[in-house]
Design a protein around this ligand. Sequence first.
Ligand code: COA
Length: 205
Amino acid sequence: MTNLNTKTDPILIDMPMPIETPRLTIRPAMPGDGAVVYEAIEETKDALKRWMPWINAHTDVNHTEGVCRKAYADFILRKDAMVYAFDKETKNFVAASGLHRFDWETCRFEIGYWVRKSEQGKGYATEIANALTRYSFNALNARAVMIGHADGNEASKNVITKLGFDYEGCTKCAEKLPNGDIVDSHSFSRINLDGLPDLDVRWQT
Ligand SMILES: CC(C)(COP(=O)(O)OP(=O)(O)OC[C@H]1O[C@@H](n2cnc3c(N)ncnc32)[C@H](O)[C@@H]1OP(=O)(O)O)[C@@H](O)C(=O)NCCC(=O)NCCS
């Protein structure tokens, strides 16, 4: 059903899930995920409060459950693709990620991510962003995939650099951090998979 160069109703575009990587199962955020995601957000609050503006709206588990349900609706409507990554062995929630701010005419997708504190520094963000990059080009016929980070977010910059994205440039005063500071934003992109580190990534075809 996927035909991204016509006026296909986006709801008919296939987005095969789950995505399997060596260590993770990645699938859309769904109703019922609220409790585990809330727990991971609480664990990771300090880092999230530094970089993720949505943390200011994070109040209680019901809010998080609402976010999961809306995300699932948006996934079905093909308006946004928020995904959660779970450890294949323990089944524990590891990270949130997704393809955002896309439209099906340009087929340019933006990857975002955060990893729960207890799982940071183990290469998970790099594994997830690699997988979503492959998925974007091979399953969704992406023309471009971008990742951005706020000025000063070195951990995110390292993920992007390790994946060989090209630097597009700096947009001045483009990001409002949770504390209200306005900072520059750095954008990186790929237009193909050339040079992307090897990774065994699968999804249903
Ligand atoms: C950014 C983030 C997603 C990285 O997740 P992660 O799973 O720890 O990332 P990875 O382990 O795949 O890779 C991170 C790399 O950055 C390095 N790194 C981590 N913190 C760093 C820091 N403060 N400064 C410099 N490098 C750092 C790690 O050592 C690693 O590099 P290495 O593999 O060469 O050792 C995580 O720190 C996070 O969730 N931060 C809060 C939310 C956020 O900032 N999201 C990104 C918004 S653009």
